[in-house]
Ligand binder design. Structure first.
Ligand SMILES: [Zn+2]
Length: 94
């Protein structure tokens, strides 16, 4: 058994005992894309239901990071929304 196999077994054993410390640490290191790709189709759908694209920066955000009710009539992430509040670079765009 190599160390990866041992770790896999250890994580499963730990999880069965209610301990997910090591697993959580490993998941922390993965990118959002890697996590998404590892999800089942069903779970990917759940994630997609809760992902919104910002029309300014083109990134995906969860609902709580979005501002739909703004003066610019487009879906913005909080970061872009507050940036626009401070300078009007959106003027004349899109
Ligand atoms: Zn944005």
């Amino acid at each position: 058994m190599n160390s990866r196999d041992l770790l896999e077994k250890q994580i499963i054993d730990d999880a069965n005992n209610g301990d997910t410390t090591v697993l959580a640490e490993l998941l922390e290191r993965l990118s959002d894309e890697e996590i998404f790709n590892a999800l089942s189709d069903e779970n990917q759908e759940k994630v997609n239901e809760n992902r919104f694209i910002c029309e300014k920066c083109g990134e995906f955000f969860p609902r709580e990071e979005m501002v739909f009710d703004n003066d610019y009539d487009c879906d913005l992430c909080k970061g872009c929304n507050s940036a626009i509040q401070h300078n009007s670079f959106m003027t004349g765009g899109k």
